[in-house]
Design a protein around this ligand. Structure first.
Ligand code: M6R
Length: 604
């Protein structure tokens, strides 16, 4: 995710901002830049790639001045490049931005009509143009007037030679933290960058601006109303600060999921919020295909299994899912009539990339669902639907899975509408999608209960996960999470298959995790739970809030809010991520970097 650092009131401000950016490196980024003001001039360096490029540039050509803003960019609009890196400079304005501007195409056309020329592919440059063309007395008034026209998520920091000791910052749905100091003005998107200067901070809230000068911070609302904000003292260790106060990146990423879902949906629902709005080029590919072949590895494959069910149900389109490592060596009957849908968080997984190349070789058009912008899989596809989950650092995939599943729902509803899905059903589903971030929040509040259940699982040597329908991919994903981070052997199975083999494993020492939420197959799952109980198996069930039947049969239940059964993979996976996390934590394993695993599997 992008990082912002700004500092005013210290000589060589660029060096300090660079140190701050280094403290945000863990968040992931693909380019970086710094701007300073000195003697009425803007000085600027931007560089694609790791911070070392910027370090080298600054060594050769130092940026003078005691005021600076800097940025690490994780590409969303426009590929990673020097031109797309921040800060963006337009006339007397230089600015950095985190977030996504939703109405940027509309604003860009308006600015183009005024004869404005753009140097980058970013949505950020639009904000710089708008501020630059806004006539007002002070910098803060220009920023304020601009932001009234901007829709979307942003955290920005702006400099102008017209006010050489001022940084104006503003935020909406992207974090900004103001450091309290007697001599400096300092701001960052994340606490670690502030810790060398201060541990006393004020958090900027939604729709607020701040004017930062050496030793002074003035916070107001967008409409200019003054804001009083109490300061907070941060007692985190530097390591904790890097992880936003969480013990592990995986934990942080699990808790980021409500925000990630909002980011995946952003700009993809109609203004009234009752329909899906994806680019025609993307929806057409699905809607016009005769069949779909989904391919991926690991967790992304599990998201693909959910995708198949959703596409079949809503778009009534024949759909297969194949592990990329298998598909690449098969001789599948695929041609222009088959849409290949590749799914990958990293966009660099060697097997998925190879399967995609095979598909293209067979003339099959390729659409990919990818998190990392401009990655190899994204570049090799005909169309891409980005998940916008932000960087995932923990090796165990969590928010990437949830956002891939959301992307599949969007595709299935979008294509479904062209293939007979009723407007009413689409509206109902979109309403359900919009409620998911809050639903996930509610599930995350159950963490204390899940910690207790984890204690009962931590000594197990083997565990079984069972689910049917939309619960089956959840069983696979729940088992994968447990095995990869806790090293407990775990199998995910279609519950109906139990009596064809795995039932032989059932005994009191093998816990059985069952996805038993309400839905068309609920009674069938109850039957499976009874089969487990009859063999003295221990049952941990994920159930819909208020369920009484399973409570009587299970040893432990985790309740999740009632949702449309199609959204089971979201509500049932989140508690299983937390369950795996806490079992692993109680066993003391290396959760973020489990043994033998790599985040991005770029070799076969
Ligand atoms: O980057 P990708 O989504 O292509 O990665 C695929 C798998 O390697 C990945 O999901 C892996 O299974 C994770 N460790 C699961 O948590």
């Amino acid at each position: 995710m992008c990082g912002i650092v700004g500092l005013v009131g210290q000589a060589n401000a660029a060096e300090h901002v660079l140190e701050g950016l280094k403290r945000l490196e863990y968040r992931g980024y693909d380019s970086a830049g710094i701007a300073t003001l000195d003697h009425g001039r803007i000085h600027l360096h931007r560089k694609r790639g790791k911070l070392q490029g910027l370090v080298d540039l600054l060594r050769e050509q130092p940026l003078p001045g005691s005021i600076a803003i800097g940025h690490t960019r994780w590409a969303t609009h426009g590929r990673p490049s020097d031109e797309n890196a921040h800060p963006h400079r337009v006339d007397d304005i230089v600015l950095v931005h985190n977030g996504i501007i939703e109405n940027y195409l509309e604003l860009r056309s308006e600015l183009t009509a005024l004869g404005r020329k753009f140097e980058s592919e970013t949505d950020t440059e639009i904000i710089a143009h708008l501020i630059a063309t806004t006539p007002a007395k002070s910098l803060v008034e220009r920023v304020r007037a601009t932001l009234l026209r901007v829709q979307g998520a942003y955290a920005i920091a702006v400099l102008s030679p017209s006010e050489p000791d001022t940084i104006v910052v503003a935020k909406n749905a992207s974090p900004l933290v103001l450091g309290i100091s007697e001599t400096l003005g300092i701001v960052a998107s994340d606490i670690p960058a502030l810790l060398p200067y201060t541990r006393t901070v004020k958090i900027l809230e939604e729709g607020e601006l701040a004017v930062i000068r050496p030793g002074s911070i003035v916070i107001t609302k967008l409409d200019g109303a003054p804001v009083e904000r109490a300061a907070r003292v941060i007692d985190w260790s530097p390591v904790m600060a890097e992880k936003g106060g969480h013990k592990h990146f995986m934990h942080k990423e699990v808790f980021e999921q409500p925000r990630s879902v909002v980011d995946t949906l952003r700009g993809r629902l109609s203004a009234r919020g009752d329909d899906v709005e994806l680019p025609d080029t993307v929806v057409d590919m699905v809607a016009r295909a005769s069949r779909v072949m989904i391919t991926a590895c690991g967790t992304s494959y599990h998201a693909g299994l959910v995708g198949r069910l959703a596409i079949e149900e809503l778009a009534r389109l024949s759909c297969e899912v194949e592990l990329a490592s298998e598909l690449r060596y098969r001789h599948p009957l695929m041609g222009p009539e088959t849409l290949t849908l590749a799914v990958s968080q990293s966009g660099e997984t060697a097997d998925t990339l190879a399967a995609l190349k095979e598909a293209r070789h067979s003339q099959s058009p390729v659409l990919s669902i990818v998190n990392v912008l401009d990655s190899s899989i994204a570049r090799d596809s005909n169309q891409v639907l980005y998940t916008h989950a932000g960087p995932e650092i923990g090796v165990a995939s969590t928010k990437a899975f949830i956002t891939q599943v959301i992307a599949f729902y969007l595709l299935a509803i979008g294509a479904g509408r062209r293939r007979g899905l009723s407007e009413a059903r689409a509206r109902e589903l979109v309403r359900g999608l919009r409620e998911l971030p809050l639903t996930i929040e509610e599930i995350l509040h159950q963490e204390p209960r899940i910690i207790e259940i984890a204690a009962s699982l931590k000594a197990a040597r083997s565990a079984l996960y069972l689910g049917r329908g939309y619960g089956y991919p959840v069983a696979l994903e729940g088992a994968l999470k447990l095995k990869e981070i806790s090293y407990i052997h775990a199998e995910g199975y279609a519950a109906g298959e139990m009596k064809h083999g795995p039932i032989a494993l059932i005994e009191p020492s093998v816990p059985v995790v069952v996805i038993a939420t309400q839905g068309p197959l609920y009674d069938k799952v109850i039957g499976n739970v009874q089969e487990v109980r009859a063999r003295e198996g221990k049952v941990i069930a994920v159930v819909t809030q208020g369920d009484r039947r399973i409570r009587e049969m299970a040893d432990h239940v985790i309740e999740v809010p009632a949702v449309d059964p199609i959204f089971t993979p979201i509500v049932a996976t989140v508690p299983l991520q937390l369950l795996a996390y806490h079992v692993a934590d109680q066993r003391g394993t290396d959760i973020d970097q489990p043994r033998n695993l790599a985040k991005s599997v770029t070799v076969e």
